[in-house]
Design a protein around this ligand. Sequence first.
Ligand code: EPU
Length: 430
Amino acid sequence: MEQYAIRGGNPLVGEVEIGGAKNAALPILAASTMTDETVYIDNIPDVRDINVLLDAMENIGVLIKRTDRHKVVLNAGNIGNVVLEDEALKKIRSSYYLVGALLGKYKHAEVVLPGGCDIGSRPIDQHIKGFRALGATVTIEHGLIKAKAERLVGNHIYMDVSSVGATINVMMAATMAEGMTIIENAAKEPHVVDLANFLNSMGANIKGAGTDVIRIKGVVKLHGTEYTVIPDQIEAGTFMFAAAVTKGDVTVKNVIPKHLESITAKLLEIGCEVEETDDCIRVVASKPLQHTHVKTLPYPGFPTDMQPQIAVALALSEGTSIVTESIFENRFKYVDELTRMGASIKVEGNTAIITGVDKYTGASISAPDLRAGAALVIAALAAEGTSTVDDIKYIQRGYEDFHLKLQSLGAQIELVQTEKDFRKFKLRTG
Ligand code: EPU
């Protein structure tokens, strides 16, 4: 069984290159099925969720060539099937993006219901409401979402909640609908904007992405394109907080500082120094960390995907902090694991009350989901002694070469397979 072995105590120091955004690349890959022409996409992260989606797309006849680790060429001109039942697809959230894309182009899609990290109930009512508003019949049968339409016609759709997934899915379906679709209370996350830019580069007519109101004028056909995915806001934020937690000095490279504003603001509040240049951010943590309060919110608020990472920093800060999770109800599952490392955290409903402690101590812990897993690794890097982190398959869903990037910053972390590997790691690291 693969796990990370970590010897804590080294401040992370150096520069780290941030990869393409997983949550932008996933819908962009799905949307590339909406043209018969060839699409070239760069800056695709080599992570498990992406590879599962690419395999499923290949299974329905999309020709896919990875020209290097981060570049793919796709041609969906010969799709033979719009029914996707792959077992692996059940495990990822973004499988449902194939519903919006295939419904948009072929007016029919049947895709297994999505899984993804267990961070809350994750309903898809807003996706379904949007597809129905465009004229599709949508049913859920035998574990599949089935969406079908004679024709799709633009409509005025008000999202009851600001949902990244529903905004993206409805935007894709509406791209080739007849007439104008207006999505109100749309999600404004950078990946929503990136997908809109990608679709526009294929000939779509989408305006307003990044604001509450997105206007989509349907087009008959989309064409091939070349596109580069934006940098991953959450990977960057994770390394920025890793600098804070380990009292380090880390520069994240190839980022869009604007996308990281809420993260930068919190790092400043807790006493870090942050320097921004065009596409780099340097975080230096030379003073004791201070407490603060944070509430997760849709973009441009503080991201729910950064909530465990900030909590790991606050649990080592002076004073008492309050973390409120307002997006997903089940995102404090890392608290028990962090408690084993010495943290003092009390969860009441969607709020964690964190009393700062002086240090963490190494322990055997498990990653409960992707972001919490990454946060626990960071805690272990700051802890006294050795830790092991199990269930790293969750972390590998969304972080490319996580341990290698951390090693390049001076972390003592290794991927170990056996008890013997672990003993060797302990001997080497003391
Ligand atoms: N919601 C509904 N109905 C819906 C859809 C969503 O009530 O039809 C609710 C959810 O329950 C939640 C809120 O709306 O309370 C926001 O959910 P959203 O739809 O925005 O989340 P998502 O699209 O399922 C994406 C990311 C998540 C990230 C959230 C929030 C992908 C593949 N996933 O999920 O990323 O946490 O947006 O920003 O893009 C991760 O990468 O680790 C991850 C979990």
